[in-house]
Ligand binder design. Structure first.
Ligand code: WTA
Length: 691
């Protein structure tokens, strides 16, 4: 059982904690006890007789639900006075106002006091068998003091460009400790992409490492930061930790951070760092993600609501119990790493695994070897990796003891039935529930997943199925377009498909787009006034279960990494030979989706297509990241357009999927012959590729 009184008395209003505990102790009656055993924080709620009723109440009386859960699961230094103040039509979202807390205290101090022997982090380094644990609280405090001494203040934004390692987690928590926001940039992003995010976030401090190591390959992260710095004049300081022993050139701006070398900056610091007392709605972090325009959006998450939602979903979707070892193999550069490597598990006092390597390094048994060695109880990964491993065969799984596994999770993209079945049957020996979890950077945590539900409730392969507590999904008609925007009615029947929207706010949702609240409103709240629009389509089955059908906008998902087609087009169009381009996604057997670019050259350009393809691929890797680089580049004389000059992406998507039957109505095209040329070009490219 989880009790709320593990916090240091100095920091926590103890009477507050006792009050919540008392409400638990006074619960009586059989059905109440069931709910209390399942979710102690909900035990005091009136008239809840079982899980179904609890789920019902979390939506119909969401204030009572979230208030009870927030009081119980988080440690507050001052209790909140208002549970929520939200107006979806205006994109206004506020939770737990009046409440004060510190996220790092919630993730570290209180658990250090209740379970001092429990390990917080296990770092599974790229080098197999080299895992290690660290004193996370101590590291966080030293780092917090170091940042403070170098002038980082409450409200500042620190950019973290690091691989998945303990110091990266400590950097995130150190920011939280001193009240600074963090902006983690995935270490696979290029210098340009990093610079754009640093500038947009107005960061003056960056934390990085000398070099990264992944899949046995060394990446020059510090050098990438140096390049980015050329276009980031506001950055005053770059802290550099040592992941490898190779020295890197240091400039006047750089500060050597770790104890490894002679400048022992971190060791100079005290191991006690006074936590900043933060308001519930102060910014915790920015995380950039792709949208349908060329410019990534810095989504903003705040303190209490985000932490509570990450913690609650971690506890109940994965059925995490005290003492479990939680293995989420996502990189900390993505939201999954934030919510289910760092904040959710740590807020629950879990032992969380940091995975630095790849699923096939040094061989395709890597995940399961790690499961055996670290005795992982919940494993959370991406369908793209499962599809890849499936191809290598069962022997790589069967070699290892996976008896500790209790729940398997999938995230980031749809999981096809074959991959789901293999995950369930081979990896989980047919005995572990597989939870296909649907959510987004914007939602902060899992919104739709098969669990929690009754232990024997059915799980349908490849379906996210059931909304989480407090989540009220609706499907909207996508057919009606008014002034160029989707508009529609709520679809109430089952066995139907539509645009997936949320009819109610929940504490984990993003609060705004950094420096651009209007874009936040336009993207998420304007398409269906009064609702949060996810950008995804979904099908609701006869039984009322949800299945995600894919993006409705120009965002594609490559190996679970989101990328806007407009971002890639912007780069391709920078090539002097290119007149225009259109990028679409296509079904890829491992990556889920691949990148397919149509390119029209300027008149009179005479180049070898193969050379230009190489050049364009290089540009995309350099300006964005390797994963965004096109798998196919088709050169065309022209693109199919409407009479008003808009590229018909719908048609291009059908062509690359070889779904010529589905081309639909071409009568609005300016010149239907353009489609025939595109089809022929596509066939030529495919046959060239086959040979
Ligand atoms: C897609 C990742 C199908 C979806 C947590 C969403 C999924 C986008 C699933 C968010 C799933 C995520 N089934 N599609 N279980 N999970 N997606 O922001 O299109 O990187 O909108 O967050 O990934 O990607 P993001």
């Amino acid at each position: 059982m989880w009790l709320p009184c593990g916090c240091t008395s100095k920091y926590v209003a103890s009477s507050f904690a006792r009050r919540t505990l008392a409400s638990y102790l006074h619960v009586s009656g059989r059905s109440r006890c069931n709910v209390a055993a399942f979710m102690p924080e909900a035990a005091g709620l009136e008239g809840v007789s079982g899980r179904a009723a609890l789920r019902e109440l979390s939506v119909s009386n969401s204030e009572s639900f979230w208030a009870a859960v927030a009081r119980h699961r988080l440690c507050w230094s001052t209790p909140f006075h208002t549970v929520q103040d939200c107006d979806l039509s205006r994109g206004k979202i506020k939770w737990f106002e009046g409440g004060k807390l510190n996220v790092s205290v919630n993730c570290l101090d209180r658990h250090v006091h209740t379970c001092p022997e429990r390990v917080a982090l296990i770092w599974e380094r790229d080098e197999r068998g080299w895992c290690c644990t660290d004193e996370l609280l101590e590291m966080t405090c030293r780092l917090g003091n170091l940042l403070r001494r170098h002038g980082v203040k409450r409200g500042d934004c620190v950019t973290i460009y690091m691989p998945t390692c303990p110091l990266a987690v400590a950097s995130m928590l150190a920011c939280a400790r001193i009240g600074a926001a963090h902006n983690v940039v995935f270490a696979g992003f290029s210098a340009d992409a990093l610079a754009e995010r640093i500038r947009d976030a107005q960061s003056s401090t960056v934390i990085t490492v000398n070099q990264g190591v992944r899949g046995g390959k060394v990446t020059e992260l510090k050098k990438t930061v140096d390049t980015a710095m050329q276009s980031c004049p506001t950055v005053k300081q770059v802290f550099v930790a040592m992941r490898t022993d190779n020295p890197v050139t240091m400039t006047a701006r750089d500060i050597a951070m770790e104890e490894v070398r002679e400048q022992k900056e971190m060791l100079k610091e005290d191991v006690v760092c006074e936590p900043a007392v933060m308001n519930s709605e102060d910014v915790l972090f920015l995380l950039y993600t792709s949208g349908s325009t060329g410019k990534p959006k810095g989504l903003v998450h705040t303190q209490a609501g985000y932490l509570l939602y990450a913690a609650l979903t971690h506890r109940y979707v994965f059925s995490y119990h005290d003492g479990d070892v939680f293995g989420c193999v996502a990189d900390i550069g993505w939201i999954t790493g934030h919510s289910y490597v760092v904040y959710g598990p740590l807020a629950n006092g879990a032992t969380t695994v940091l995975f630095e390597s790849t699923p096939i390094y040094p061989d395709p048994g890597r995940y399961w070897d790690m499961v055996e060695r670290l005795k992982i109880n919940q494993f959370y990964g991406a369908p793209t990796a499962i599809r890849l491993l499936l191809k290598y065969g069962d022997q790589w799984v069967n070699k290892y003891d996976r008896s500790t596994l209790k729940t398997l999770g999938s995230v980031g993209e749809p999981i096809n039935t074959e991959a789901w079945e293999w995950y369930h049957r081979v990896v989980g020996d047919g005995r572990c529930p597989v939870v296909d979890t649907w959510w987004q950077t914007e939602t902060g945590g899992i919104c739709i997943a098969p669990r929690p539900s009754d232990p024997d409730a059915e799980i349908v392969p490849g379906m996210a199925m059931r909304p989480f507590f407090g989540i009220n999904p609706v499907l909207m008609d996508t057919e009606v377009i008014v002034f160029g925007f989707l508009q529609g009615e709520v679809l109430t029947s089952n066995n139907t498909s539509g645009a997936l929207c949320m009819a109610q706010p929940w504490p984990g949702m993003a609060r705004t787009i950094h420096n651009n609240h209007q874009r936040f409103i336009d993207t998420y709240f304007q398409p269906y006034p009064g609702y949060f629009f996810t950008g995804d389509g979904a099908y609701r089955s006869e039984e009322g279960y949800y299945q995600i059908t894919g993006r409705l906008d120009d965002v594609i998902n490559v190996s679970g990494h989101r990328i806007g087609t407009a971002e890639i087009e912007d780069v391709v169009n920078q090539c002097p030979a290119v007149a225009e381009s259109a990028v679409v996604g296509y079904t890829h057997s491992i990556k889920g989706q691949g990148v397919y670019a149509f390119v029209v050259l300027k008149k009179g350009i005479d180049v070898q297509e193969a050379d230009l393809s190489r050049q364009l691929n290089g540009m995309v890797s350099e300006k964005i990241a390797k994963y965004a680089s096109p798998d196919f580049i088709q050169f065309a004389k022209r693109l199919p357009k409407t009479r008003s000059g808009k590229i018909m992406r719908r048609v291009l998507r059908k062509v690359v999927e070889s779904d010529l039957e589905g081309l639909g109505d071409l009568s609005t095209l300016d010149d239907p012959a353009a489609v025939q040329e595109i089809i022929q070009g596509h066939e030529k490219l495919l046959s060239k590729n086959r040979s």
